[in-house]
Design a protein around this ligand. Structure first.
Ligand code: FES
Length: 390
């Protein structure tokens, strides 16, 4: 999955009293990663570095059962994602089932494998929304970042079909040092494509992006410029196109409320059926994740599983979080980032200026803002260095 999800897509539906953990009703929306297979090779992919092989993916029957169960427990929205979800031959069938059981469906796609016929079949099956990623404002940038020739042109073609078919469109632009100078053109591009919403999502650094941090990390000047551009565009485009904006933790003053808080607003189902508190949770070694292939229901897993309860609420927090006035604002930030950068998921997110690790880790990382531009492309063999330019 080369996209970064805006956090407001996962608003909490609280149903007090209907579970042992009464404060944590089932979320409104769930992200299902149908596969980790993807023709693109984005160096900031949010999939885990250890990708799930196709042979381990849930079967069509298993996904259909999961979709039924999601609807039964009260989930309202399903985000079909990956990898690239359109590599699954059963996607139309899964979208149809989501429609039949009353789920609102969103397709999160790179779009490069879609034909007009396939998109029409998805629309006919009841698909409600399409989100297309762009890697830059032009083919030279976008195709290089995605590691996929002619991908940008194909995305523009598919976006036009989305509009013709009357489906709402979100454009997701993952930004970093190398494509931030194109931000004004990317905003224009999203307008031309008649997107209702643009996500300007600066890369967050774990997994593949952490491997590529030196090539992706923006400078402070770039971030200040980008923030001003977004603010100005938001006021000019009010009522025409919404713009979501996520800045990297490294430049934020406080840690982000990652996924709305661990086990609080969101869950994710991996290609092999693991039920996860976030898309990167499997990067935390030592946590056990329950699977939809086991004998436990999704509802039980949400309420009772060790992984969901490990960092829920505030009880697990160390100092300085425990006595911090913001502990129920940011819920301690990102567990995956704390694990990736400090080796312990239960540590204070080093994005927080109060973390004892903050100075050493974040200041050192910002020095990498002037590093090499070469990528390590995401793939199943653990990553491939970008070929040197001739
Ligand atoms: Fe997993 Fe932030 S990405 S908690």
């Amino acid at each position: 999955m080369d996209e970064i999800l805006a956090q407001d897509e996962f608003a909490l539906v609280t149903r007090k009293g209907d579970s042992a953990k009464a404060d944590y009703g089932i979320p409104l929306a769930v992200l299902v990663e149908l596969t980790h297979r993807c023709p693109l090779q984005c160096p900031y992919c949010s999939n885990p570095v250890e990708l799930e092989a196709s042979g381990k993916e849930l079967t069509t029957e298993e996904w259909l059962r999961v979709i039924d169960e999601l609807a039964e427990i009260g989930v309202l929205q399903i985000h079909f994602s990956g990898g690239e979800p359109t590599v699954r031959k059963d996607l139309v069938q899964l979208v149809q089932r989501a429609h039949d059981v009353g789920l609102y469906s969103n397709l999160i796609t790179s779009a490069v494998m879609l034909s007009r016929e396939k998109l029409q079949a998805l629309a006919d099956a009841g698909l409600n929304h399409v989100q297309i990623s762009v890697q830059g404002a032009n083919a030279a940038m976008a195709d290089r970042v995605g590691g996929f020739k002619n991908g940008h042109a194909k995305k523009l073609e598919v976006a036009a079909w989305v509009h013709e078919m009357g489906l709402p469109l979100t454009v997701n632009a993952v930004m970093h040092r190398q494509n931030l100078p194109q931000l004004p053109e990317i905003i224009d591009l999203a307008l031309q494509l008649r997107a209702q919403r643009l996500e300007v999502a600066n890369v967050q650094y774990y997994g593949w992006a952490l491997k590529n941090r030196a090539a992706l990390m923006p400078t402070r000047d770039q971030m200040d410029t980008a923030t001003a551009i977004v603010e100005s565009a938001r006021s000019q485009l009010h009522g025409i196109m919404e713009i979501d904006y996520v800045i990297p933790d490294y430049y934020a003053e406080r840690p982000k409320q990652c996924m709305g808080g661990w086990g609080r607003q969101f869950f994710n189902i991996s290609p092999a059926g693991k039920v996860l508190p976030c898309h990167a949770a499997e990067s935390i070694t030592g946590l056990e994740f329950d699977s939809v292939r086991g004998n436990k229901s999704i509802r039980w897993i949400w309420d009772n599983s060790e992984a969901f309860n490990a960092y829920r609420g505030t009880g697990w927090m160390p100092e300085p979080c425990q006595s911090c006035a913001f502990k129920e604002v940011d819920f301690g930030g990102c567990r995956c980032q704390a694990f990736a950068l400090t080796g312990k998921a239960g540590n204070t997110d080093p994005a927080c200026s109060k973390s004892p690790h903050h100075k050493r880790i974040f200041e050192a990382a910002l020095e990498s803002a002037g590093g090499s531009d070469s990528f390590i492309y995401r793939n199943f063999s653990g990553g491939t260095p970008e070929p040197e330019k001739a």
